[in-house]
Ligand binder design. Structure first.
Ligand code: NMX
Ligand code: MLT
Length: 438
């Protein structure tokens, strides 16, 4: 039996050696070029960051250490009594590149549960915030305040060696992942169920089992399973997305994992990124209000509604992507979860999401602006939560935030283990660009 830390102790020197060799033997190899349009266009397409845990193919979608979503669904251990892969199994895969045994995954669940309590100062901070403050703002503040107990920061002050950085970072990352559900559930309770009791962390449950329990939905096994899948799927989406890139950038200054991930959450809180899942549901409900139930509405009516959205200058939330050029396999996996459950197919909102998918790509193609007319994961993630009674859609990005920690924090451990330097790309003024192209 070996713990996550023991497996990492085995894997880290192998990767350190590989990186050293890559640098020495191929440091000067050219793997791409930079056009002016890349500089002006949000750096889209520039290969500029090392990110081990996952790689995104425009057509095939995400692979976690080479494994597709269906492969992960097949091979990553579920929680006892469940079918969906757990957050712990996904975290183990992301961190080590290996599939954990059920025992390893359960041991990690136990460790996370043991570390899951929220420090009192963070409880007080969160309890002092107005319920009108967006849950994502509260989450980012809570995560930043957890840095009070950062092992990395304390170690750095003491003068730990560079070779030890990653072990201190790992301790912080595990503590943060363990505490995120407790923090996120407290925010939910304070805003939407003030005065309701908050369950404490159960040492026998997995991370998501505990999260659903603390949210007050512990009896809903289907929602728990959905959230396991949701949280595993949203865990990582290579390094260039805005939240992952933010935590990597901030972490590269040797800011501790709490501050780095707090910054990432504020990137995730933007409507073009994670907040889109909140926006999708708002948009779908408004469509439903105007057109009627998803079971009865016609494709023609949905098309007209899509055009109305586009002509008013808004984006269609849940559609388009910076890298993907095909339907997002995360979207497809969540749709499959619905297809397997007849009671979900009866939901008018889930039916509307499905019907929208049947017409939106053609409308977006005809509109002719977006490079990717297909749905991303946000197009469907919220409607299942809504169906199961988690209806407060301003909260949805918080769940995304609990999940994305898996990938962002894995990267922080690896960035410290591999000694990656501070990020500092070159910027150019228009004058400077014009000089370069003369
Ligand atoms: N509806 C309408 N127009 C769109 C859409 C859309 N869904 N997606 C892109 N466009 C427009 C985009 O605004 C841009 O217009 P302009 O030239 O006037 O600035 C044009 O199409 C070209 O954009 P792209 O190069 O296709 O997309 P880009 O890589 O810049 O942005 C997104 C990617 C995801 C930000 C963009 O597709 C979008 O805004 N989608 C809607 C919001 C969304 O679903 N975000 C969630 C992303 C996933 N996540 O979880 O983070
Ligand atoms: C994500 O999961 O981060 C989004 O799909 C956005 C992205 O990859 O750019």
């Amino acid at each position: 039996k070996s713990s996550l830390r023991q497996v990492l102790e085995e894997v880290v020197p192998i990767k350190q050696q590989r990186l050293k060799q890559l640098k020495a033997e191929h440091g000067q190899a050219v793997i791409g070029d930079v056009k002016v349009e890349n500089v002006l266009g949000g750096m889209r397409g520039i290969k500029a960051m090392l990110w081990e845990a996952s790689v995104l193919d425009p057509n095939e979608g995400i692979r976690f250490h080479g494994m597709t979503i269906p492969e992960c669904q097949k091979l990553l251990p579920p929680a006892p009594g469940g079918k969906e892969m757990t957050a712990e199994s996904m975290l183990w895969l992301l961190m080590t590149g290996r599939v954990p045994t059920p025992e390893q995954s359960r041991e990690l669940s136990r460790e996370l549960a043991e570390k899951g309590e929220l420090p009192v100062h963070v409880q007080h901070l969160i309890d002092s915030l107005p319920a009108s403050l967006h849950p994502m703002t509260q989450l980012g503040m809570g995560v930043a305040a957890l840095n009070h107990d950062s092992a990395f920061q304390a170690g750095y002050e003491k003068g730990i060696k560079k070779t030890e950085y990653w072990t201190y970072a790992l301790e912080d990352c595990i503590n943060l992942i363990a505490r995120l559900p407790t923090l996120a559930a407290r925010i939910y309770r304070n805003i939407y169920r003030p005065g309701a009791p908050l369950a404490s962390v159960d040492k026998d449950l997995d991370l998501v089992g505990n999260y659903t329990n603390m949210l007050g939905f512990g009896d809903n096994k289907d929602l728990t399973e959905y959230l396991r899948l949701y949280i595993a799927l949203h865990g990582d989406h290579e390094g260039g997305n805005a939240s992952a890139h933010t935590s990597h950038l901030v972490g590269s200054t040797l800011s501790d994992p709490f501050l780095s991930y707090s910054a990432a959450l504020f990137a995730l809180a933007g409507p073009l990124h994670g907040l889109a899942n909140q926006e999708v549901l708002r948009w779908q409900l408004a469509m439903q209000e105007e057109l009627g139930s998803g079971h009865e509405v016609s494709h023609e009516d949905i098309k007209a509604y899509l055009w109305k959205t586009l002509k008013s200058g808004q984006v269609v939330p849940g559609y388009g992507h910076g890298v993907l050029r095909a339907p997002d396999p995360r979207f497809l996996a969540l749709q499959q979860f619905c297809e397997a459950r007849p009671e979900l197919l009866e939901s008018p909102t889930i039916a509307l999401v499905k019907k929208t998918y049947e017409v939106a790509p053609d409308v977006l193609k005809e509109h002719g602006k977006t490079k990717n007319p297909y749905p991303n994961v946000d197009a469907t993630s919220g409607c299942v939560l809504y169906h199961y009674g988690l209806k407060e859609f301003k909260y949805y990005t918080v769940i995304f935030g609990v999940s994305r920690a898996l990938g962002c924090l894995t990267q922080i451990v690896w960035a410290r283990a591999l000694g990656l330097p501070i990020e500092r790309p070159k910027s150019l003024s228009m004058d400077a660009i014009e000089k370069l192209i003369q």
